[in-house]
Each structure stands twice: as structure tokens, then as C-alpha cells.
Design a protein around this ligand. Sequence first.
Ligand code: ADP
Length: 575
Amino acid sequence: MLKLFSGLKPYTWSLFWVVLFLFAQSLAELYLPTLMSEVVNNGMMKGDTGYVWRFGSYMLVVALISSLCSVVGSYLSSIIGMSFGRDTRYKVFSRVENYSLNEFDKIGTASLINRTTNDITQVQTLLVIGLRFMVNAPIMCIGGIIMAYSRDSHLTLILVVVLPLMLTFIGGVATFIVPLFKAMQIKLDKVNLVLRENLTGIRVIRAFNRLKKETVRFDQANRDLTDTAIRVNKIMASMQPVMIIFMNFTSIAIIWFGGLRIAQNNMQIGDMMAFIQYAMQIMFSIIMVTIMFVMVPRAQASALRINEVLDMEPTIVDPENTRSSHKQRGYVEFEDVTFFYPGAENPAISHISFQAWPGEVTAIIGGTGSGKSTLINLIPRFYDVTSGSVLVDGVDVREMSQEELRTKMGFVPQTPIIFSGTIADNIRYGKADAADDEVKHAADTAQASEFINAMQDGYQSIIAQGGTNLSGGQKQRLSIARALVRKPGIYILDDSFSALDFKTDARLRAALKNEIVNSTLIIVAQRVSTVMDADQIIVLDEGQIAGIGTHRELLESSQVYYEIVSSQLSQEEIA
Ligand code: ADP
């Protein structure tokens, strides 16, 4: 946690002021009982009204100063806490933005969201409350003991008995409660998990009639959390009366023994009253420390989770000396590439070598899990190869800057991602300064203009969150248009025709062929009809190349390809 708090450096001055104001507040509060004892001893007991008025107004002034310092201190510490939260969120966000897919796989998207929101809030709350307690509690406790001792040293013996008793009780409760708090955190995660799965998977849940089962599952997680929370609160609730009993018995003891000392003329009434107040202040400061003890482990767990995100170095970074590619535009080459996912026993792809040239279409076909997506994810360097190398325009992708590399390509992922905004915004995601004509042209080529024009506001139509008001095929075409508008040297289309009907698929391919004259087009597909006309077809089987060539050549040479083709086309079509 200390490491995380090093992010407070820019607020050193504000922190200084917070400490100063809270310090002043504590001192003022410590001074009040002493003033009161003056009023009682030298004013009221002696019937000196003038004295009472004078010291009474001092008390008022000190109380006002104390309140003012408290308000300013709280205000400043809130500002520091919130700014710290904002900065940490920004740090986590920008770190995550630089993650490669490897790191995403490791922590998981849901957890990353939790860490950026809930965990940072925990630490931020501790900071705001902790700042106040950390300044107030020691001053009130130590100062209180000194002041109480200075009022009457004999009565201090009462505190010597009570305080250890109180500390033992609090310690006992804390050992119960801290593990429960930790368990609550985990149970809250579980509720979040079930809730998220249910919200995103609602269609599947309904289609498979799992609604009742899911309700039970949620109910269990929810109850589990509630039960633990109730147990925590029961313990906390029992703490309050016990503390009050402690305080009241302490007061009784002080009054009892103080009374005896007053009767023996060893003590004055005002001192006894001040003594009671100091005893209360000391006990309150101990309660403050207890609250800190409960909050710290919680925030500590959160701090660990945040640090884990901040400490994880992105595995894919730009080299110190980047190399730019020479003039060639859109040339892709794989040289004996093997790739293992982290922790995987078998390679996802192995010994892959091929070249893809501008002006040509390279298609990749193979069964599910044969490594098609893995292969094309290596071109924009979403992952780094385990051995071998991927060259783009003659330069190893690891030697190029990621920005330069990715500017060269238009990537269409397997599941189209649509951002909130209008249709035009989504297409312009590929090229921010694209003119209206360019946007329209890209949509035309992607066979998207027909459905866009049919929408009420055309290109300005608002897309619902996640693109839910578009069909799968419409989303695919939009995301193809987004790649087209960039006019890159390399197009990578990962199974982007899967939701299109055969007619649209054929029209789109024809349009692409006219559009992409000088660029390399790499398409992953399941359908033979999509890849048949490609200049070269790469057949993948269990991560290895089972054949490279044109449709005709492969029919002769590759058994795997023949099997794929014969499962999809009739004998006449093959012939
Ligand atoms: P395809 O696109 O041909 O269906 P993939 O390239 O997606 O195949 O997957 C190839 C293999 O790699 C599969 O065995 C799959 O289980 C594994 N795989 C894919 N993505 C990951 C990942 N993020 N982490 C670990 N293994 C993965």
C-alpha cells in the first residue's frame, strides 16, 4: 500500500496543510477541558461571574477554531483522496491500454474493471478517513494521557486498568471481524460474477430454460454475502454498547474516586470534570485506531490488486531503435513461425512459413481450433512469436514501432466490435479525418450502404450500446467498412463473412477485389466458396500447414483441403 501511496507526491503541500489543520484541531480540543476546569474551579466555585464570562468566551473561541480547522482539514483531505483516486484510475487505465493480449488473458477483463473502480475506491476511502484518524488519534491519545496526568496523577491509575481491558476486547473482536471482511470481498466478487454472466448471457439462459437455476445461483451468492454482512454487523453492533459501558464505568470510577479525593481536599471539581473528558478523548482515539485496523486490511487487499495491474510489464513494447520499412507496401512474410500461448503445452501454430504479396488475396482455411485466428493475430503483433519471425514490408514486426506497424493494416476481428456513437463515427474509427465521400465509399464497398440508407438517420443513426440494434452481418459489414476507409497496405479479415448470406458474401468479395488492387488481402474463412478464388490458399490443420496453393492445385495435392471442400460442395461443383 505504501508503494501505491507514493502516488501522493504531487499533493505533498496539501498533505502538509491537512496535517497542520488537523493538528491544530486536536490541540484545540485538548485545550477545551482545561479551560472548562478553569471556569469551574476559579469562576463558578468562587462565584466570580466575570471570570466565568471571560473564560467562557475563550472556550467559545477555541471551540470555533477547532471546528474551523476540522472543516478545512476534511475539505482538503477529501480533495487529496479524490485526486489520488483519479490519478490512480488514470494510471491503471493507461497501463492496461498498453497491455498485450497476454496480460489481458492473465488478469481477465472483469477483474480489470473491478480493480479500476471498486478497489481504487477502497484505497481512496481509507486515505480520506485514515488521514484524519492518523493525525487525530495519536495526538488525542498521547496528549489526553499527558493532560489527564497533569490534572490528577492518582486518578490516572483508573486508565491504567481500563485501557488494557479495552484494548484486549477490541483486539479480540478484530481477530473475528477482519477475516469476515476479507470473506465479504470475495463473496462480493462472486455476486458480481454471477450477475455479469446473467446479464451478458440472458439469451442463452432463456433459450435453455435455465432461468430458475440461475435465479437460485444468484440467490445463493446473494444470501452468502448477506449472511456474512449480517454477522459482521452483529459483531459491530455489539461493540458499540460494550464501548459505551466501558466509557460509562470509567466515568463512574472517575467520579467515585475523584469524589473521594475532592472530599479529602486533594482535588478540585473542575479538574475531575476535565479528567472525565480527557478519558473520553483517549477512549475515542482508541476506537478510531480500531476502525483503522478494520479498514486497512481491506484497503491492503485492494492495493495489492491494483499494484498487480501497475506492476505487470506489457510483454509487447517498442524496441529502443525502431526500424522503418522500406518502400514495399503490404508485403507479409512468416518465417518458420511457432507460437505457444502462455502456459500451453502444445503450440497453437508451428513451423509456419509463407508469403503474401500486394495485389493478391491470401486465404486461410481450416477446422475450428486449427490456429487461424492465432496466425493472423501475430501480424499486428497482438502476440509475439515464440520462435521464427513475422516480417511486414521486409522488417521484423518486433523491430518496428507498434504504431507504424498498425497504421499499415486494416484489421477486422472475428467478432465485430461496435462503439457507441453514430454509424459514421464507427466507420471513421479507421480514419478520423475521413471525408464524407470516403466514408460512403467504404460503406458501399463493404455492401453496407443499403442498410445504412434504410435507417432513419442514415449515416447519423445512433447505434445502441454494443451494436445491439444491428444484425450480426450488419456489424460485420460496418467493421469491414472501418478497415476499408483507412486504405491500408494490408487487410486482415478474420472470418468476417461468416454472418453474411452467400449473395452478399459474393458481392462483397467482388467489390473488395476491385478496391484492393495494390494491397495485400489476408482472409480467414470457413466457407470454401469464400476462398476458392484466392490467389493462394493456406490450409491449416492442428496448427500446421497442410498445403499451400490455388484451389485447383490444392484439390490435387492436399487431402485435408479435399475433405473440407467435399464436405461443403457437391461433386459437380468440385469438378
Ligand atoms: P481458429 O481460429 O482456427 O478457430 P484459434 O487460433 O482461435 O483457432 O485457436 C488455436 C488454438 O489455440 C486452440 O486450441 C485454442 O484453444 C488455443 N487458444 C486460442 N486462444 C487462446 C488464448 N487466448 N489462450 C490460450 N489458448 C488459446
